[in-house]
Design a protein around this ligand. Sequence first.
Ligand code: TXA
Ligand code: MG
Length: 350
Amino acid sequence: MKTKIFDLNENNIDFQAIKEAAEVIRNNGTVVFPTETVYGLGANALSQEAAKAIYAAKGRPTDNPLIVHISNIDMLLYVIGESLSEKAKKLMDKFWPGPLTLIFKKSSAVPEDVTAGLDTVAVRMPDNEIALELIRQSGLPIAAPSANISGKPSPTKAEHVIGDLKGKVDVILGGSNSRVGLESTVLDLTGEVPTILRPGGVTLEELQTVIGEVRIDKGLVSNEAAPKAPGMKYTHYAPDAAMTILKGELPMVVQAIQHLADEQTKLGKLVGILATEETKHSYHAGVVISMGSRSNLYMAAAAIFDALRQFDKQKVDVIYAEALSEENIGMAVMNRLKKAAGFHIIEISS
Ligand code: TXA
Ligand code: MG
């Protein structure tokens, strides 16, 4: 497939390029576009055929449902099969456009392929002018998973999507780097208590401030419980090399990573170390990448997927990562790190 690639600027939009891309959406083709979280691989959310094209391009299992992206409330009301609750209205007022996906009962307008056979639909309004203009001009809600090859780290830069999907989609709208850098929070509103199915750009603490009680899906707390968000059961975000997270008091963690790195280096392996600003100078072996300062984990959120891809590029053989705090945005960052490591975590006790 020939992929048409545009290099766009969110602050000075090339409307002609978006017009072309919108035409592709209306013809049930595939368009990669930037959002504030990660890049999305979009297609007409009202078409079975378009949904199939998304799964094919990504190599995604078809039992993993897609998020429907909208640019206005009329589109939301068209795809959901219920009236808006007070909680939903409060959340939309506060966090849309933005990194919060809400799960509602679905309407019959949404084909089963988009929701993987579920009777619910995930919806969000992205906070990116290129994305919003694409949805507006196509006049359709756009279903879009993250625009990576299934299982790989999500794309936060135009070069990531070009590397993964050139030749597999009709159009790539390149833009600037994703501001948030990890995916939206997925919040299920269909049960009695709103429940986080995937932690993301909007934190548990922020949600609680707006609507009170919010639960975290059991599947996120323990590794044994069956995951509710269908996509949660797949290995995700995995770099090529095996990754291990080390958790404990920071000086002990640094010492343990350095020890493991030395061992591996002696065996002739190239080691990747996922460090922080506070610790990066302590390491003297391997490829050291800082996720940013421990005092602002929003930086780590924006940096981790690119860091994992850099390790792939440098062909490291093994990766050791420092655990971070799981408070606030740290919950989402650690969720992605744990999945990238296949939940391989070493706890260091003093
Ligand atoms: O930030 C984001 O959410 C990005 C950008 C492109 O918007 N999209 C994204 O899509 O991360 P994807 O497909 O990689 O992840 C969608 C998540 C999956 O975990 C999926 O299981 C969950 O949302 N999901 C979708 N529809 C659902 C539904 N009806 N019920 C429960 N979970 C659902
Ligand atoms: Mg994804």
